[in-house]
Design a protein around this ligand. Structure first.
Ligand SMILES: [Zn+2]
Length: 199
């Protein structure tokens, strides 16, 4: 894998909503490992698809719409990417791609924020993730773009009962979730490198 903005974006997304998994039954050869993304935001999934195609040297990878879940899905088979992105991710191994240059760093942060970023009604931008160490690393990278953030702070304690209206049931979280806030004075700097998707 060669470092590129597209690969950095794919890594950013993979550390958030994206997934990399091995199918239980190998159909044939390398076609048993999948890297993908499933999300409601069409633009987000299309951007991931564009970057994925570029990284894999394919002309185009088309997302599809899954009506039953109201989500767009894009998937590609790649053993190399799977090895790089499977969870738990090896952050140290990913750093040479993420920190390759300023453009790669920005693309990585964009991918991560497209996945995990949100803005609340009061205009506060925050980024949620279950990996506290990863969020601390994100804060370090943000600082390099003069973006100040605070945290990570705990968002949901393990075992908290969550009401999921989408599925119409309650469940218990099995992991703590953390968040960082972007300082409002850094919002403009942040928005220059990010396209937040709406929740
Ligand atoms: Zn670069």
């Amino acid at each position: 894998m060669e470092p590129s903005e597209e690969l950095a974006y794919v890594i950013g997304v993979a550390l958030g909503d994206g997934y990399a998994y091995r199918r239980r039954r190998a159909i044939k050869g390398y076609r048993d490992v999948v890297v993908g993304l499933k999300a409601r935001d069409r633009e987000f999934v299309e951007e991931f698809a564009r970057c994925l195609a570029k990284v894999l040297g394919r002309r185009q990878i088309r997302p599809r719409y899954v009506k039953s879940s109201g989500r767009y899905v894009v998937e590609a088979e790649s053993k190399t990417l799977y090895e790089l992105l499977k969870k738990p991710v090896d952050l140290e191994r990913l750093k040479k791609y993420i920190e390759h240059c300023e453009r790669c760093m920005a693309a990585f942060l964009r991918g991560f924020a497209d996945s995990e970023g949100s803005v609340n009604k009061r205009g506060y931008i925050f980024i949620l993730n279950t990996d506290q160490r990863l969020l601390t690393y994100i804060m370090d990278l943000l600082r390099r773009f003069n973006i100040e953030s605070t945290g990570p702070r705990i968002h949901v304690r393990r075992g908290t009962i969550i009401n999921d209206p989408e599925r119409g049931k309650k469940y218990s979280r099995n992991k703590d979730e953390y968040y960082i806030y972007i300082r409002t004075s850094s919002n403009i700097n942040f928005l220059q490198i990010h396209r937040l998707h709406n929740y």
